[in-house]
Ligand binder design. Structure first.
Ligand code: C2E
Ligand code: MG
Ligand code: MG
Ligand code: MG
Length: 282
């Protein structure tokens, strides 16, 4: 019965814990290696954002991908937190920034003028060299400040409030756009939001995925959009998977949308082609 099962279950549990721990250790080592070698295991994908008022693709979000020789595809939802816990995030973000700006410079040169959003963590922006190295990379690439949006999650921001707000203020003063990512799942109050030096709210996809079916999500999203606008912010919805969702967001005066309905994240080459055919039909 129960008494006999318990030690066994405990052992199984511990074994599971050990395995998870070993996997984390292993992944951190592999990630370190991937960053040093820069041999294609890490690469970037880009997902377009549609500006609803203009009916134009004006920005893309850069999303990092990692395919390890041994472990195959590893989700950024798994390895980005590991990079944060192990301190590797500084190097990872530096790699992302450099690679994204290089790509943006190529697009600029070919006459394709897109803005790009880069995901950063509070650790990144609080790092003393972050702004300098970002400015350095900008100069090297010839990309303009206003082409770059930095996305930081609401939760990350609130967990590191004092320092993060100070750094964001400096970044905004330097000319970068700032977006609060995954908005709505954190716990920032209205008064906090007002004090933050941000340009854009990105409503978390958990409120968007079932938008057409959920009256509750519709209420939350429409009031978030109104609130954002009252605070002078642009509001973006991520996770738009259906035309019904898109129609609702348009009616709610959402500023931009991003999601599988429009396009999945894709390689730079695929995005260039996708954009050309999209621009033709639009
Ligand atoms: P995020 O910044 O909130 O990015 C949006 C996520 O939603 C992406 O997942 C994207 O692929 C996914 N997505 C977009 N449209 C849809 C849709 O219509 N339906 C669904 N179900 N999902 C959609 P991804 O690429 O797996 O990234 C997960 C998270 O990992 C990101 O969430 C971000 O927090 C983090 N991340 C990704 N790339 C980077 C990076 O370069 N640096 C850092 N620091 N974090 C990153
Ligand atoms: Mg993001
Ligand atoms: Mg998000
Ligand atoms: Mg997210």
């Amino acid at each position: 019965g129960a008494a006999r099962n318990r030690p066994q279950r405990l052992r199984a549990y511990q074994r599971g814990e050990d395995e998870a721990y070993l996997r984390r250790l292993f992944l951190v080592e592999r990630l370190k290696r991937a960053l040093v070698r820069d041999d294609g295991a890490l690469f970037l994908t880009y997902q377009p954002k549609l500006d609803l008022a203009r009916g134009r693709i004006d920005r893309v979000e850069a999303l990092v991908r990692w395919v390890d020789d041994e472990h195959g595809f590893i989700s950024p939802d798994e390895f980005v937190p590991l990079a944060e816990q192990s301190g590797l995030i500084i190097k990872l973000t530096r790699w992302v920034v450099r690679s994204v700006l290089r790509q943006l410079a190529l697009w600029n040169a070919s006459g394709l003028h897109l803005g790009v959003a880069i995901n950063v963590s509070a650790q990144d922006i609080c790092h003393e060299q972050f702004i300098d190295s970002l400015l350095h990379e900008l100069r090297e690439s010839g990309v303009r400040h206003e082409q770059v949006t930095l996305e930081i999650t609401e939760r990350d921001l609130m967990d590191n409030e004092a320092l993060a707000v100070e750094q964001l203020t400096a970044l905004k003063a330097a000319g970068f756009r700032i977006a609060v990512d995954d908005y709505g799942v954190g716990y920032s109050s209205l008064s906090k939001l007002k004090q933050l030096p941000v340009d854009e709210l990105k409503i978390d996809k958990s409120f968007i995925l079932q938008l057409p079916e959920s009256e509750q999500d519709q209420n939350i999203v429409s009031s978030t959009i109104e609130l954002g606008h009252k605070l002078g912010l642009k509001v973006v919805a991520e996770g738009v998977e259906t035309s019904a969702g898109l129609d609702l967001l348009r009616a709610m005066r959402c500023d931009s949308v991003q999601g599988y309905h429009l396009a999945r994240p894709m390689s730079a080459e695929d995005l260039t082609q996708w954009y050309a055919s999209y621009a033709q039909t639009a």
